[in-house]
Write a protein that binds this ligand. Sequence first.
Ligand SMILES: [Zn+2]
Length: 430
Amino acid sequence: MLSKGEHQTVPLSVLLKRELASEKIERPELSHGQASQSKKGEDFTLLKTECQRVLGDGVTTYSVFGLFDGHNGSAAAIYSKENLLNNVLGAIPADLNRDEWVAALPRALVAGFVKTDKDFQERAQTSGTTVTFVIIEGWVVTVASVGDSRCVLESAEGGIHYLSADHRLDTNEEERERITSSGGEVGRLNTGGGTEIGPLRCWPGGLCLSRSIGDMDVGEFIVPVPYVKQVKLSSAGGRLILSSDGVWDAVSAEVAFDCCRGMPPDAAASQIVKEALQVKGLRDDTTCIVVDITPQEKPMPAPIPPKKQGKGVFKSMFRKKSPESSSQVEKEEFIEPDVVEELFEEGSASLAERLDSKYPVCNMFKLFMCAVCQVEIKPGEGISVHAGSKNTKKLRPWDGPFLCSSCQDKKEAMEGKRPSGDGRYSSGSD
Ligand SMILES: [Zn+2]
C-alpha cells in the first residue's frame, strides 16, 4: 500500500520526533509564582527566567530566583537584589561549556556573595539581609544561602530535600563555635537583674544570624560566605519553595508542600503564606516563591519496556501521595525512576577552603585577577588565599587563587584576625 517514497520518509520523521522528545526531556519547563504579606517591607525577591548565556555553538538559558529578607532597614536587601547576580556571573570565566559552567557556580557564588557584602559595606550604610539565591540550569538546581530563609525541594519522586543552611545562632552550634573562636560573644539579651530573654544573639551587634550580607555595624565574623548545595533532579522534576522565616517559623516543609498540592505556583505561594499566617498571624514579613520544574510536555505514551516494570513498582511503593496518584504513576511509567542526585555541598565559612580548587574545572581562576572582586592584580601583589593557613602540608603560600590586598583584609577580618566592628552596638533587631 505504501509507496517507496513514503517508506523512506517514515524513519526520518520518527527520528526527528525522537530527537525532539529527548530534547524536551533534556530541558525542563519552569513556572513560578510568589506571594507576600508585608509587615516591615524588608523582604525583596528577584525572579529572572530565561537569562541567556552564549556558548561556543549557540545560546543556552538559565533562571535565577532570589529571596532577600532585610533587617535594620532594607538597603542591604535592595543592594543585593540589584548587584549579587552580576557579581556571581563576573566570577565565572568566559567560554565554559554547560557542564563547566554548572561546576564553576559553587565557587563563583562564594566570590559573588563576598564581593557584594564588601561593596555594600564600603557604602557605609547600615542594615543587613539574608539571601537565598537559586540558579536553575537544565535539571541542575544550585542554591547559595546566608541567614535563615530557606529553600526546600520536593522531587517528583516524593522526597524532601533541604537545599539551604540555617544560619541561626539558636539552632547552629557549629556557627556559635566559629563566632566565639573568632572573638565574638554569643548570648541572650540581658534585661538587667540577670534575666535573659529572646533568642541567642551575637555581640557586638546583637544579631540572631551568624551569616548575612551587610551588617557593617556588627562583628565581621558575621560573614557573607554562603552555604552552597547543588543537586540534579530526575527528568520527572520537582517543586521548590523559597520562603522567609515568617513561613518556616509557622509551618514545616511537609505542611508547606501538602497545603498546596496540585495548585499552580502562584496559587501555591499564596496558600503557603495564608497557611503560615493562620498559624502565627502576621508577625514578620512573610514571603514565598514557588518554582515548578517539570518535563516540557508528556511525550507520546510509548510502550513500556518490560525491564522497567520492576523499577516502576518499586517507585510506586515509595510514592507518598495515594489518592489521585495511581493514574499518575501509569502516566509517568516511561520516565526513568531516578532520584535527586547530589552534586555539591559545602558550608564552610573559610575562604581558603571555599576558593580552593578541589572542584575540577579548567582555568577557574585567572592568575592575575582577585578571586573575589575580579580586579586585576599586578604580578607580585596578589596574596595567596592560603597565606597564613595552618594547613601547610599540601598548600604553599604561592599557590593560587590570589586575593587583592583589600579582599585579603576582608578575609582576615572575617576570620577574627583583626579587631572588627567600631564599638557601636546596633539596635539588636533581627
Ligand atoms: Zn579583591
